[in-house]
Design a protein around this ligand. Structure first.
Ligand code: C5P
Length: 217
């Protein structure tokens, strides 16, 4: 499942995996965790060589969080689900994810996770690069305003107060950077099915992708 920032991919992919009894893998969380690591260690993200050197110190996994029962991303043994969702990380992640060494480092791990099949993976290059032979490819989108409103509500529910304009600017500039980068840009795979969720409730969008999955597998 690929698509624009904040279009509900992650929540839909997670719920779909649950319904299918598949494993859900959030690749955006992996790019965010690498970004968090670089920020925590004051590594200049403009310096590709410095970033590449640091990657051998970044160990990612998805672990069960006993406090909420969810599977969440772990960076070097620490669950960092909350820390990776801040606007600070969001505003730097597209720069980090445009670095070829970072992409190779993470794509290799994502492909290994998918070897056993039975996964729903969401990101930007899953249908084009990570799993070009996936049984089903969905490209999800929604209008930028709808996405920003949803994301703002989501952040507020988690106790992060953010201005609508800041969220909108973050989404629009990430889409632009993600779509225009040289390495694995965000684009719809030729054989992906486009799902526009601008006018859908969450239940409707889940029903839509569930039906597509049932037809495909
Ligand atoms: O999915 P999410 O919005 O959390 O992704 C954060 C960022 O990670 C994206 O804006 C993009 O720069 C990067 N990303 C990527 N390729 C993926 C998943 C995410 O480049 N497969």
């Amino acid at each position: 499942m690929d698509g624009h920032a904040g279009c509900g991919k992650s929540s839909t992919a997670k719920a779909l995996a649950n319904k299918l009894d598949y494993i859900y893998i959030d690749t955006g969380a992996m790019y965010r965790a690498v970004t968090l690591y670089l920020l925590q260690h004051n590594i200049p993200i403009d310096n590709q060589q410095e970033v590449e050197k640091e990657l051998s110190n970044v160990h990612l996994s998805f672990a069960h969080n006993p406090s909420n029962g969810r599977k969440e991303i772990e960076l070097n043994g620490m669950i960092v689900e909350e820390q990776i969702r801040t606007l600070n990380v969001s505003s730097k992640v597209s720069k980090v994810s445009s670095i070829p060494a970072v992409r190779h480092f993470l794509v290799e791990q994502q492909q290994a996770m998918g070897k056993q099949k039975g996964i729903v993976m969401d990101g930007r290059d899953i249908g084009t690069v990570v799993f070009p032979d996936a049984e089903l490819k969905i490209f999800m989108t929604a209008s930028a305003e709808v996405r920003a409103k949803r994301r703002q509500l989501e952040m507020e529910e988690k106790g992060q107060k953010v201005a609508f304009e800041d969220v909108l600017n973050d989404l629009v500039s990430r889409d632009k950077e993600d779509s225009s980068r040289a390495e694995s840009p965000l684009k719809k795979a030729d054989d992906a099915i486009e799902v526009d969720t601008s006018n859908c409730t969450f239940e409707e969008q889940l029903d839509k992708v569930y039906q597509l999955a049932i037809d495909a597998i």
